[in-house]
Design a protein around this ligand. Sequence first.
Ligand code: FE2
Ligand code: FE2
Length: 233
Amino acid sequence: MNTWERLNRIMLDHAFLTTENPVLKNFLFSDFGKKEGVWVIQQYFSLVRMIVDYLGLALRSIPYDEVKRELRRNIAEEQGSRTHGVPHRDLFARLLKEEMRIEAFAPMSEATLEFHINLLNHFRCDRPGYTAGMIYALEASAAPEFLVVARILNYCAKREVVHIDGLRERQVSEIRCLEDFVVMHVVDFEKGHEAGLRKAVTKFNPDPENFEEGFFWVIKCMERWWNALSLEE
Ligand SMILES: [Fe+2]
Ligand SMILES: [Fe+2]
């Protein structure tokens, strides 16, 4: 097993990136309904909003051309380079509104604020290898996290807004609905970000200890955030 597979395997051992996510469990075993679900989606949306900033901070602190090129490509994609100039955050917010009457923008909760303040601070740590591990963690976790969010949307709507079965095998070239948006991210955009970073980081060759430290620090941070989201409301 190579390093990438090992990191992803350990990452996916974390319940928050699986059907065991504490918020999903609340829908099944606690009294979570649409109101709570919408609130969690709004909190999650803060990360959709902030990802361009995190990519930009990584771009600033990793002095290696290949990685910078990949981060720039990733930022451009988030800003709409492959979606007719419409940034992903705007597209997602519009589809949430159109299909589910969910307003994506809302104030950050205490746990969400803490999550972002922590991330912002650590992105300024001035250790390029650590920062590379951090940004890789955000990209590698994005697809499984999208699937969790898709399940939350389904619970909120009480129907399959996003058909989860066989989702990874689907082909979408144009985003017309929430399902397309999720499919496109899980099978294309996020896969590409993860693979692109793997390739560029391999050439950059950071100290593995620093890289993994940054990677696991972000995963732990995200785990704490999701746990808090399941308890806060
Ligand atoms: Fe995106
Ligand atoms: Fe991404």
